[in-house]
Design a protein around this ligand. Structure first.
Ligand SMILES: *[C@@H]1O[C@H](CO)[C@@H](O)[C@H](O)[C@H]1NC(C)=O
Ligand SMILES: *[C@@H]1O[C@H](CO)[C@@H](O)[C@H](O)[C@H]1NC(C)=O
Ligand SMILES: *[C@@H]1O[C@H](CO)[C@@H](O)[C@H](O)[C@H]1NC(C)=O
Length: 437
């Protein structure tokens, strides 16, 4: 600092005596302007007025037409109004943001981050000291992706984005433009073309896991998400939950039911981008490892990822699993029960964890919905729409799902119910800013 000051006073003296070349003069002036700019940047971040990070309705939100606090409290009138609004084609068109908007807006990164209210500093020391890694696998609906990224973004975390190789070029360009605005958000090095229920779905996550493992040694836990997930908790709540796991991984992992065994006992192949049975039987898994079922979404330690990338037994399991059906629904759950994997649990059935008891993901399956007093039902009825047997949440689902312990919920879709996402993101940001006081 002292030498810097000496240099500075020497330069000012030379400047006064007119002994500097015009080019050097210009450099000095530009340098000083830059210093002033930096100082003003620092000052804005240090000032204690956090209201500029609150979401408002300036980004075309439906706030004028519906009342998020009433919706979050489950008030029937507000929920019914939101439902009608979401059903209107005209309204959905009005709030839709085209890919081109993101391509253009993200050209000016500073303004993009400012206007979209991305957090530019860790909200607490606790969060700063507990960085997370996110693997994000997406294929369309950039608006969904950008809102998800904004909701989970914190400068201390690190994000790998896998955009499907088959995605439209505008999707790729828009997401590329957004990621290039952040030093800690990057595109996966090796994207693949993802086929439903085939190995490629796992490979997309594996490629991001490898990149995240390589990019930083700091992060403590990895969470994988898809474009239709949304958090139910703030970053602070997420890391507090993860710390309470005391180094354990968390995911659905149960004994594989007889009804699902066919998935791993038959050889499958891709025919015209669809997965089909070949009629051949598969060899048993390496080391006769017991198989477990779960889902694609996990919350795991860095040690678990190290095992996935380096443990020879797991490399053999991965090779063996490449011609199975829906390997994402057994691979992570099976690795979680292998002795020696950091954060894993024993294979005994007493350690089974259901999706409802795991915090990784809340999914409402259509055939498990029912009224509150039902002995059969697992969760309340869907207020949105069902897609492939899964509830796409409507505004009326919010009150129930934010009360769950899960960190994330699936599915949200800006084209089906934009109000559910708008109200949820607003609620989370308000909560995160309130945690500062
Ligand atoms: C904080 O900033 C907002 C606008 O960004 C302004 O309306 C408000 O008065 C400020 N509050 C304080 C206490 O400075
Ligand atoms: C929104 O709903 C809340 C909760 O019922 C109520 O207190 C508030 O006044 C409402 N706001 C508007 C603008 O209607
Ligand atoms: C990541 O990979 C590159 C090249 O493969 C290597 O040079 C670098 O050391 C790796 N970084 C980490 C943190 O492993």
């Amino acid at each position: 600092m002292k030498t810097l000051w000496l240099k500075f006073s020497k330069i000012t003296r030379l400047l006064k005596q007119g002994r500097l070349s015009p080019l050097l003069k210009l450099t000095v002036v530009l340098g000083s302007v830059w210093m002033l700019y930096l100082l003003s940047e620092l000052r804005t971040d240090w000032s204690l007025n956090y209201s500029k990070w609150e979401y408002t309705d300036v980004d075309g939100g439906p706030e004028k037409e519906c009342n998020c606090s009433a919706i979050l409290q489950g008030e029937t009138k507000a929920v019914e109004k939101a439902k009608l609004l979401a059903l209107s084609e005209d309204f959905r068109k009005r709030v839709r943001i085209p890919d081109e908007y993101y391509i253009n807006a993200a050209k000016d990164c500073r303004n993009f981050k400012l206007s979209r209210k991305y957090l530019t500093f860790p909200l607490s020391k606790e969060e700063e000291e507990f960085p997370l890694a996110y693997s994000m696998v997406v294929h369309h609906k950039v608006q969904n992706f950008e809102r998800l990224l904004r909701a989970i973004y914190a400068p201390q975390n690190i994000y790998c984005v896998h955009v499907d190789k088959k995605s439209e070029s505008s999707v790729f360009a828009a997401i590329m433009a957004i990621t290039s605005c952040f030093p800690n958000v990057f595109m996966v090095r090796r994207p693949v073309s993802v086929v439903y229920a085939a190995w490629s779905r796992v490979q997309a996550d594996l490629n991001c896991m490898a990149d995240l493992y390589n990019a930083s040694t700091e992060w403590k836990y990895l969470i994988n998400v898809c474009g239709q997930d949304f958090p139910l908790k703030t970053n602070l709540e997420i890391i507090q939950m993860l710390r309470s796991l005391k180094g354990q991984n968390n995911m659905e992992s149960e004994q594989m039911s007889a009804g699902k065994k066919w998935r791993v006992t038959n050889v499958h192949e891709l025919v015209n981008e669809e997965i089909k049975r070949t009629g051949k039987q598969k060899e048993p898994p390496p080391f006769n490892l017991p198989m477990f079922s779960g889902n694609a979404y996990i919350v795991v330690t860095r040690g678990y990822i190290r095992s996935v990338l380096e443990d020879d037994r797991i490399q053999m399991l991965i090779e063996w699993g490449k011609d199975t059906y829906s390997p994402d629904e057994f691979l992570w759950a099976t690795i979680q029960r292998m002795p020696g994997v950091p954060g894993s649990t024993r294979p005994h059935s007493k350690y089974d964890m259901t999706d409802m008891n795991s915090v990784a993901r809340l999914v409402k399956w259509q055939w498990h919905e029912g009224p509150q007093d039902s002995l059969e039902a697992v969760y309340s009825e869907c207020h949105g729409q069902h897609v492939r047997g899964v509830c796409v949440y409507g505004a009326g689902d919010l009150q129930g799902i934010i009360a769950q312990p899960h960190l994330f919920a699936n599915k949200f879709d800006i084209n089906i119910d934009p109000i559910a996402i708008y109200c949820l993101e607003k609620y989370l940001r308000q909560k995160a800013l309130a945690e500062l006081h």
